[in-house]
Design a protein. Structure first.
Ligand code: TXA
Ligand code: MG
Length: 319
């Protein structure tokens, strides 16, 4: 166990956070999607510590966070289309998978030794300030133990990783609430993970439909592609129109519940509330001595796609 410092996102907090990163320590920090568990992407030991703290299988490559497109271009090879997308959507919840530059200097653990790399510029003032203070690439998966619900508040991070990481920068709740959309541009645009940037927006920008799948050439299987992931303790029943006996109900739109993702039926608001609602439903179930959660149907449009992806994984049979 180590003492996890909670840092305010001011000049002195950012200084300590950057110093921890330089020393190979781990710092959790807010992004617009979820809290990330950051380590120096060039430092093998720091990256190994990320996997260790999360209890994450080592074959999964991590997303590398940079402060701007210029830094990303030092790490990966950008086609004109990749540059257009980066200029349009960065900073923001879009991760691009691109060919890795041999001289990028990243730890091979970050990319799982693949010839490609996943990059993004987060749209959060604290994340950007940390990237500037550290002045280097930060590898950061979501700051939760592997397989559990992603954190959208500092308290969630402490709950899952307190005592295992050097520090956390507390930047309040995350606005988007689901992880970034991962788009591979290795051979034709393909969405590898639905997320905070809607498929529709990417298609509008490209003027073409994009494939949706996952990279099966790669050894890595996204944790989001494992059967059970983002899992609450209670069992989940999806597309429920009402609670059955012994269930905590999570509502959406006209379908009410103990908790609602969005009373007005707004998928953006629902995404922002998703992970905190799963946690709150778990707590309610515990209080009531029951072990099931029912969730109302969510329309499969815009961020609804990312919500349904996370919900179906959370509902998947547990290993
Ligand atoms: O919103 C987010 O993206 C959050 C916040 C903290 O930024 N980060 C996040 O990172 O979710 P992470 O490391 O958990 O995402 C890793 C996933 C892998 O499981 C894989 O799906 C994809 O990114 N990935 C990374 N490198 C890849 C590569 N070279 N080829 C294909 N997929 C890759
Ligand atoms: Mg994650």
């Amino acid at each position: 166990m180590i003492q996890t410092a909670t840092l305010a996102p001011d000049a002195s907090g950012l200084d300590s956070a950057a110093a921890q990163l330089r020393a190979g320590g781990l710092v959790a920090f807010p992004t617009e999607t979820v809290y990330g568990l950051g380590g120096d992407a060039r430092d093998d030991l720091a990256v190994a510590r990320i996997f260790d703290a999360k209890g994450r299988p080592r074959f999964n490559p991590l997303i590398v966070h940079v402060e701007a497109l210029a830094q990303a271009e030092d790490i990966a090879v950008f086609s004109p289309a990749a540059r257009d997308l980066a200029q349009r959507f960065w900073p923001g919840p879009l991760t691009l998978v691109l060919p890795l530059r041999a001289a990028a200097g990243l730890s091979p653990l970050v990319t799982a030794d693949l010839p490609s790399v996943a990059l993004r510029v987060p749209a959060h003032p604290v994340a950007l300030a940390l990237l500037r203070a550290f002045a280097g690439p930060i590898a950061a998966p979501s700051a939760n133990p592997s397989g559990r619900i992603s954190p959208t508040m500092a308290a969630h991070v402490i709950e899952g990783l307190g005592g295992k990481i050097a520090a956390i920068l507390d930047g309040g709740p995350c606005a988007v609430g689901v992880e970034s959309t991962i788009l591979s541009l290795l051979d034709g645009p393909q969405i590898l993970r639905q997320g905070g940037l809607a498929q529709e927006e990417i298609e509008a920008a490209l003027g073409a439909r994009v494939a949706v799948g996952h990279d099966n050439s790669a050894r890595p299987v996204a944790p989001g592609q494992l059967a059970s992931h983002y899992a609450p303790n209670a069992a989940l029943r999806l597309n429920a129109t009402a609670a059955l006996q012994g269930e905590v109900m999570i509502g959406f739109g006209a379908i009410g519940g103990d908790i609602t993702l969005s009373a007005s039926g707004d998928v953006v608001q629902a995404a922002a509330n998703l992970f905190a609602s799963l946690r709150a439903a778990d707590d309610l179930a515990l209080q009531r001595g029951i072990s099931r959660i029912a969730v109302a149907p969510i329309p499969n449009i815009g961020l609804g796609r990312a919500i349904n992806d996370r919900l179906s994984r959370a509902a998947a049979p547990r290993a």
